[in-house]
Design a binder for this molecule. Structure first.
Ligand SMILES: [Zn+2]
Length: 352
């Protein structure tokens, strides 16, 4: 995300908080609860070029969020309990679900002790390729290539191009440009091939990120045996499903569920779509997840939950705890629903 965009978002969150508008809007847009998205929970690193920092919060910040939730009187509930409340139309108490995508090892190391102490249930959505050590965390490989070089070369649309990335500002700009250019490729196979080629050319070991950062099956099993923890599916290969043929989408969802069941003995009932934005999961994916019998499935479309989401249980929005905005006042504004209501033009359920 560009610095300017971050400043505008931060400004919007600040003004919603300091004007008290989030309190005024809450009865209108606060809905019945929210699902929070987290990725990494770990100690901050000093590097100035960290384009993926949006995907991590510190253990200290998570502790503060947990304390705030504890004091607020909001119920922190499991995905099964959320599903029960939605289908039984039991909307008497506001609730929050905590979800972690990708199965990072720091979830076990830092997040789990904090949540266990609070007695808060949470879910971890695991792409089975990650503990199977087949995962390609290509966004980190791209970061590593740009971090270590002052200039990189890349074939774009058949043309050999080269990019300067000597300064932190240039690195940030180039990362943004290449990230979104890659995400716009017609197939994810093309995206992966380009990053594999880049990584090989600049001696970045793309397989190492998965091994170093993601839990193996034994670690996932450690978490899974705690009744507070729900292990959810996050497909096999972490691909943008909307770009795949229908058969492959079904296989990605169904096979991941079977692999998790055979590794842990429990069949996942909940799914998170990889990337989760509108370009990666749409009505076709929502219908397939429902047809396969998943109780709920979550996107990364921003929003709180409304009663009407009971009819769209495989197209649920979430609120991301973004590492660039680690302030409790932002979380309060986000949970009030006012920020996401503005982003969504005050529309509620979006299943299209
Ligand atoms: Zn993911």
């Amino acid at each position: 995300m560009s610095g300017l965009k971050q400043t505008i978002i931060r400004g919007g969150l600040e003004s919603l908080f300091f004007t008290g508008a989030h309190l005024a809007l809450k009865p209108l847009v606060g809905g019945i609860g929210a699902i929070l998205t987290l990725h990494h929970v770990r100690e901050p690193r000093p590097d100035r070029f960290q384009p993926n920092r949006i995907l991590e919060v510190t253990p200290r910040f998570l502790s503060r969020v947990v304390k705030m939730l504890d004091r607020s009187g909001i119920d922190v509930i499991s995905l099964d309990e959320m599903h029960r409340r939605m289908t039984a139309r039991d909307f008497g108490r506001r609730f929050v679900c905590l979800t972690f995508d990708d199965g990072y090892r720091d979830n076990l190391e830092y997040a789990y002790p904090i949540l266990r102490e609070a007695g808060f249930p949470f879910a971890v959505y695991v792409p089975t390729g990650f503990p199977d050590r087949l995962g390609e965390l290509w966004w980190l490989a791209l970061e590593a290539v740009i971090a270590k070089r002052e200039r990189i070369g890349l074939v774009i649309d058949g043309e050999n191009r080269s990019f300067d990335c000597a300064t932190v500002a240039e690195k940030r700009e180039l990362y943004d440009e290449l990230y979104w250019w890659l995400r716009a490729r017609e197939s994810e196979a093309e995206l992966r091939a380009i990053v594999r080629d880049l990584a090989a050319r600049y001696q970045v070991d793309i397989a190492a990120f998965c091994k170093d950062l993601c839990m193996g099956w034994q670690e996932i099993a450690l978490l899974a045996r705690d009744p507070l923890v729900t292990i959810g599916a996050h497909t096999v290969n972490h691909l943008a499903l909307a770009k795949l043929p229908e058969k492959a989408v079904r296989a990605e969802m169904d096979l991941s569920r079977t692999v998790i069941e055979s590794a842990l003995g429990t069949r996942p009932a909940h799914l998170s779509y990889p990337y989760g934005d509108a370009g990666s999961a749409g009505p076709r994916e929502f219908a397939i997840a429902a047809a396969l019998g998943f109780k709920t499935a979550v996107t990364t479309r921003p929003g709180v939950l409304f009663r009407s989401h009971a009819r769209h249980l495989t197209a649920l929005p979430r609120i991301s705890l973004n590492g660039e905005y680690q302030q409790l006042r932002y979380v309060r504004v986000l949970l009030s629903g006012s920020a996401t209501a503005m982003w969504n033009g005050f529309r509620r359920a979006q299943a299209a």
